[in-house]
Design a protein around this ligand. Structure first.
Ligand code: G1P
Length: 294
């Protein structure tokens, strides 16, 4: 029987150097896209995909994340006494939203290492990994799309996206063969090999791994078995490559728009797109954009 995926792991111990100085004293996961912190988009995606248990791997200086998902007694009291019901509901919704556990990653030793920190909390179950830098706007949440594949094959599944050659070196890249799934070809792949951040000339394809994974618990053994890779870090991509020796791993070209909110331009693009979609802001913001003499 294929086990249900209930838990989603959010590595959030990174230093956020791409956003300095903003991230000197604030976790990058708390940077707001319009008015919601980055990590909340990922958490909502997990919840809407049917994963009620959230595990956040934090580190030093990340307590704002814990406060964000906690009850803010003083704030709620204040909003209540000022009769600000809508805001009160918004604030409560955040803390009511999740059943969250935290585990610390004491040193930033890589994504694989961060995931391994969650081993005891995940226990012997399949689980999701969400990189909150990758914000995905999709009709069907990206994690839900991956789950549909997992529930069919019972194997690990990674999110894939085609990227241009000149940016391929920012990603894990797969060598994969298409699999016909429910009558259609070109979206699902069985992975043959993968490499973390190859030079463009060494990239096995233009299919990049995006920060959504459904993993079976054997991945922990693989993470424990590998040596540090790119950048001297324990890479999740290397662990997946190790897992390939004993298990099939699939990749799925998801439907939806992905923004690299860990990058300044990607962050700005996501901000504009999300603001335009908002019914309270979209109209006036569009007007403003139209007035720009570009
Ligand atoms: C991580 C992974 C990489 C993946 C990327 C997706 O890299 O190591 O394989 O392609 O996320 O965003 P990072 O962006 O954290 O350097």
């Amino acid at each position: 029987m294929i086990q249900k995926v209930r838990k989603a792991v959010f590595p959030a111990a990174g230093l956020g150097t791409r956003f300095l100085p903003a991230t000197k004293a604030m976790p990058k996961e708390m940077l707001p896209l319009v008015d919601k912190p980055l990590i909340q988009y990922g958490v909502e995606e997990a919840l809407h995909s049917g994963m009620p248990n959230i595990i956040i791997v934090t580190g030093r200086g990340k307590s704002a994340i814990e406060d964000h998902f906690d009850v803010s007694f003083e704030l709620e009291r204040l909003l209540e006494s000022h009769n600000k019901k809508d805001l009160l509901n918004t604030v409560r919704a955040v803390s009511d939203m999740i059943d969250v556990s935290y585990i610390r990653q004491k040193e930033a030793l890589g994504l694989g290492h961060a995931v391994l920190r969650a081993k005891d909390l995940v226990a012997n179950e399949p689980f999701a990994v969400v990189l909150s830098d990758d914000v995905i706007d999709a009709e069907i949440p990206c994690l839900r799309q991956l789950l549909d594949i997992y529930e069919f094959y019972g194997s690990s599944v990674l999110a894939l996206m085609e990227v241009p050659k000149d940016s391929i070196s920012a990603y894990g890249v797969v060598d994969a063969e298409p699999v016909t799934h429910q009558g259609s070809t070109g979206k699902l792949f069985r992975i043959r090999n993968m490499v973390e951040k190859p030079k463009p000339e060494d990239a096995p394809s233009n299919l990049a791994i995006i920060g959504r994974y459904i993993l079976t618990p054997e991945i922990f053994k693989s993470i424990e078995s590998i040596e540090p890779g790119r950048g001297g870090e324990i890479q999740l991509t290397d662990a997946l490559k190790h897992l390939l020796r004993s298990r099939p791993v699939y990749g799925y070209k998801f439907e939806g728009n992905r923004y690299d909110a860990g990058d300044k331009l990607g962050f700005l693009t996501a901000t504009v797109e999300f603001a335009l979609q908002r019914h309270d802001l979209g109209g006036p913001f569009r007007q403003y954009l139209k007035s720009l003499k570009l």
